[in-house]
Design a protein around this ligand. Structure first.
Ligand SMILES: Nc1ncnc2c1ncn2[C@@H]1O[C@H](COP(=O)(O)OP(=O)(O)OP(=O)(O)O)[C@@H](O)[C@H]1O
Ligand SMILES: [Mg+2]
Length: 501
């Protein structure tokens, strides 16, 4: 085996106008290894990836593939050189079949130049067997889970015999089982001698999967270590440049009046007979596996999805179903899970996004001035450490994690009485995580009620006064903080042990 790295970047730089996205991108990825790339939101990870993918052209530095200097002016060139990038949300053609998606743009032709469908299908079956997955090759891509769509992208990469696979936060939207399947596939690709880059904000994943780790900070290379020779604490210090705690435990509060009362909420086939109360001063966690119906309940409570039976009361006021504006007036806010799609106006500025929701609150009262808007935007941007360079930065150009923070800021700025927050720290780096927790704790201490959906057990255990567990559309347990452990939460999420009466 040669010792030449599959990919080698040295001091690669990239600026967008005055914004330096990447100062000195440096990494060497060997064949037969999985290399983690970590750093805070905005550190330049995705920019580095996009340069290797041929999406962006670098301003300086060297880029080598298998020892040869390369220069990609298009994604097609990068692909042809054996690079495959799997994004968090793959972009398959929904109307085409799984097989057609895998062979997009390079259908094998049989005699008379006709597309050889049988050969294509056969090849896809072979690929799926090799990857150990069960997906119908003939079904359309539409409606496939994100996890399956990623697997299809990986199958495509393998069929193109890519020697380098890059995964940019692939696990952010996956359930535990799906993450395991992805890891099994990643390990087998490594064992075949391919090189992989894995980007994630979850250290448990990084340490479980990767062999080597490179840390970036402020667009620059900081250090590379073997996973075996480093620790989470050390990586965090290198990333952030200071000591941080990942978790800020909730302050003690006494629960006050009920602020959100949900009774018998049912949407056939989605969730069934959901009843719970969130009181002033409380953080109630809605735990469970991805797919248990937690986000669906949140959306129904807020009024963006319909439900068949049940009632929702906010601050004593019954909210007609399907009326988010009414829910907002009563003091309810929902920070959705998929913030990029559901919460952000990407073509608008950071400042406009943050003040979007308060604008119509304030203007209704005839109170809105530009000065007030700017103050609110500045305050929340700095409280969430949104690393944007100015409030007039276009949201589309922010890093993924910073976009998440802008949407958080937008809803927090409305100062709701009841906040439903879906996966509050997904995609958010370790340095800001504790800050988000501190903010939520502060809101509860101020007498607000919070319903927090989270798939991260440490977050649930550290933050919640009470934990509601959902499994397959039903509430299966209610566990007070004093009795909560990862074991009993997981058990209720998977086995319906303590059925609620
Ligand atoms: N097209 C663009 N125009 C202007 N600035 C950009 C553009 N793309 C990225 N940037 C800036 O470059 C910096 C690095 O962004 P990048 O997306 O690479 O970060 P990241 O490390 O992937 O962060 P995250 O963990 O949040 O995904 C950010 O400050 C971002 O705002
Ligand atoms: Mg990124």
């Amino acid at each position: 085996m040669s010792t030449t790295p599959v990919l080698e970047l040295r001091d690669v730089s990239k600026a967008f106008g005055a914004v330096i996205a990447l100062r000195s991108g440096t990494i060497a990825v060997d064949s037969g290894s999985i290399h983690a790339l970590v750093g805070e939101n905005g550190a330049g990870k995705s920019t580095l990836v996009k340069i290797v993918a041929g999406l962006y052209q670098r301003d300086g530095g060297t880029l080598r593939l298998r020892g040869e200097d390369v220069d990609f002016s298009s994604t097609a060139q990068s692909k042809a050189a054996g690079v495959a990038v799997i994004y968090q949300e793959p972009t398959l053609f929904p109307d085409l079949s799984v097989t057609e998606n895998i062979f997009m743009g390079r259908q094998p032709t049989g005699r008379l130049g006709r597309i050889d469908r049988k050969a294509m299908r056969h090849e896809v079956e072979r690929l799926f067997t090799r990857l150990g997955v069960v997906i119908d090759p003939d079904r359309p891509a539409e409606g496939l889970s994100i996890a399956d769509q990623q697997v299809i992208e990986i199958a495509k990469a393998v069929s193109l015999d890519a020697s380098l696979l890059i995964m940019d936060e692939p696990t952010a939207a996956l359930s535990g089982v799906e993450v395991e399947r992805l890891f099994t596939i990643a390990r087998s690709l490594r064992d075949e001698g391919r090189a992989l880059i894995f980007i994630s904000h979850r250290f448990d994943e990084v340490f479980a999967l990767c062999d080597t780790i490179t840390v970036m900070r402020d667009g620059a290379y900081i250090a590379t270590s073997s996973i075996a020779g480093t620790s989470v604490d050390r990586i965090v210090r290198q990333m952030v440049g200071r000591e941080v705690t990942e978790l800020f435990p909730k302050q003690d509060t006494t629960a006050g009046a009920p602020l959100l009362e949900v009774e018998g909420l049912t949407s056939p086939g989605v969730f069934h007979d959901i009843s719970f109360t969130v009181r002033a001063g409380e953080i109630v966690a809605l735990a469970g596996l991805v797919g248990a119906g937690r986000s669906e309940v949140a959306r129904a409570v807020f009024g963006v999805d319909h439900y068949r039976d049940g009632t929702v009361r906010v601050n004593g006021r019954t909210i007609a179903r399907g009326r988010p504006a009414e829910a907002m007036r009563a003091g309810l806010a929902l920070v959705p899970e998929d913030r990029r799609k559901q919460g952000l106006v990407v073509e608008s500025s950071v400042g406009n996004n943050i003040t979007l929701a308060i604008r119509h609150q304030l203007s209704r009262l005839g109170l809105l001035t530009v000065g007030m808007q700017n103050r609110a935007a500045r305050e929340w941007a700095s409280r969430l450490e949104v690393k944007s360079y100015a409030l007039d930065t276009v949201a589309a150009t922010l890093s993924g994690g910073n976009q998440q923070k802008v949407v958080l800021a937008k809803w927090l700025a409305t100062e709701p009485k009841v906040l439903i927050i879906d996966e509050p720290t997904r995609g958010i780096d370790v340095g800001t995580k504790a800050e988000v927790h501190r903010l939520l704790s502060q809101l509860a201490a101020d007498g607000k009620g919070i319903l927090m959906i989270s798939s991260e057990l440490p977050e649930v255990l550290g933050m919640a006064d009470r934990i509601l567990v959902m499994r397959e559309g039903r509430l299966t347990a209610e566990i007070p903080r004093s009795e909560a452990s990862s074991e009993n939460v997981m058990l209720a999420a998977t086995h319906a042990s303590e059925q609620l009466s």
